[in-house]
Design a protein around this ligand. Structure first.
Ligand code: S3P
Length: 448
């Protein structure tokens, strides 16, 4: 069994050009946050464009278990929340499936409600580090009882009468930052989070939208984010922008597949998320932004991506890592089709995602004829140039949606097909991946 259902082996084959328009689903980060903040707000929050991937559906279910009412009517999700610090104790264990964002943000949100809850997930999630969340939550007075290294299943005992804290992030993680800010909502006084590297700032933006005061002071050394506790939240109407991390898959597929020219409309280009597109352009990809505009306080554009036969390997600047952390797997596929080496330093966090993404990609790329060097926090892909990537491998997915989609992209342009052990996890973040890619002309199928 895969994360949420049967194992689905898949194959992708050399394709003769991707063409058309790709409407990718809503942003996963913003979708989780819409449900969680909606659940912390009395009154009805309405959300359209929500990603209906399994990760977000698991968060919706969890919010119901904590007392919110979550329901889809027509195309709109309605969330009737309980108010800040007023989560109800759930009757059952909370299963967050495959989602690190889901469980970490929810643990933060409930840590300052005086209730006890137990969290679990699939084999991938239960192997991921949680001390990075429970350590700062302990500063608020929340107690946690997990397995070794704080891993799930884990029981969290929320703090009553918590006071705001000051916390310097030991790693570049928007999940940890967000968990601390969400815990700070029900605490008295200020909660301050200090981050050395800018990570995605969707929580800060959305918290302000709901009526909290979150101020970010940017100095040469750090970003100092100050939240005033116990705000008056007002329900919101939210339109979730489409996900740049999902957009990266059709975009990269078009860049490496001969004869391609696709449009991916309405993609958020928040600078804390858009590093992949800058990197692809530096490599020589024919990628342009059309119809640039601002919507809901976020920069947006329609992306046009065309086949780019003369890609060059580059060194990806270390300070860009956080803004494209989820896109390194698919970047490593593009790198295989570039001339020369693509060096990716400063990416230790890739080792603690849904899988060890450096290891998972290196294994599959090597099986497909690509040389990869790696260290604890860096890796280098030796590109072979367009037309010279062998493929012909069966690769492991490791319960990781982005590993699965990256290798499906690779098979579209490698000389021989790529077979995937299990495409099931793709449904966690991009449930329409197969029909969307097939609609563009990708030769991708489930193995029978
Ligand atoms: C996310 C933050 C990132 C990212 C994940 C989504 C978020 O994780 O990898 O897919 O929504 O906050 P980290 O913050 O742990 O790097």
């Amino acid at each position: 069994m895969s994360a949420h259902g049967p194992v689905i082996p898949m194959i992708s084959r050399k394709s003769s050009g991707l063409n058309g328009t790709a409407h990718v689903p809503g942003d996963k980060s913003i979708s989780h946050r819409s449900l969680i903040l909606g659940a912390m707000t009395k009154g009805e929050t309405k959300v359209t464009g929500l990603l209906e991937g399994q990760d977000v559906l698991d968060t919706a279910k969890a919010m119901q278990a904590f007392g919110a009412h979550v329901e889809k009517k027509g195309e709109t999700w309605h969330v009737e929340g309980v108010g800040v610090g007023a989560f109800k104790e759930p009757d059952q264990v909370i299963d967050c499936g495959n989602s690190g964002t889901g469980v970490r943000l929810i643990m933060g949100a409930v840590a300052t409600s005086p209730i006890t809850a137990t969290f679990t997930g699939d084999a991938s999630l239960n192997s991921r580090p949680m001390a990075r969340i429970t350590d700062p939550l302990a500063l608020f007075g929340a107690k946690s009882y997990g397995r070794s290294k704080g891993r799930l299943p884990l029981t969290l005992v929320g703090a009553a009468g918590a006071k705001g804290v000051r916390y310097e992030l030991p790693m570049a993680s928007a999940q940890v930052k967000s968990a601390v800010l969400l815990a700070g909502l029900a605490a008295e006084g200020e909660t301050v989070v200090i981050e050395k590297t800018a990570t995605r700032d969707h929580s800060e933006r959305m918290l302000n939208g709901f009526g909290a005061s979150v101020v970010t002071e940017v100095t040469n050394e750090a970003r100092i984010i100050t939240l005033q506790g116990q705000p008056e939240f007002k329900p919101q109407t939210i339109t979730v922008p489409r996900d740049p991390s999902s957009a990266a898959f059709p975009v990269c597929a078009a860049i490496i597949t001969e004869g391609s020219d696709i449009l991916v409309p309405n993609i958020g280009l928040n600078p804390t998320r858009a590093g992949i597109f800058t990197t692809l352009k530096e490599m020589g990809a024919d990628l342009t932004y059309e119809n640039m505009r601002e919507e809901g306080g976020e920069p947006m554009a329609d992306l046009r991506a065309k086949f780019s036969p003369n890609l060059k390997g580059i060194t990806v600047p270390e300070n860009r890592a956080a803004s494209m952390i989820d896109e390194y797997p698919v970047l490593s596929v593009v790198a295989a089709f570039a001339e020369g080496k693509t060096h990716m330093p400063g990416v230790h966090e890739l080792r603690v995602k849904e899988s060890d993404r450096i290891d998972a990609m290196a294994q599959g790329l090597r099986a497909a004829g690509i040389t990869v060097d790696e260290g604890e926090d860096w890796w280098t892909v030796h590109g072979r140039g367009f037309g010279d990537v062998p493929g012909g491998a069966t690769v492991e997915t490791f319960l990781d949606h982005r590993i699965a989609m990256s290798f499906m992209v690779m098979g579209l342009a490698s000389e021989k097909p790529i077979t995937l052990s299990d495409g099931g996890p793709i449904a966690t973040s991009f449930p329409i991946f197969e029909p969307l890619m097939a609609g563009l002309g990708a030769d991708m199928a489930r193995c029978t």
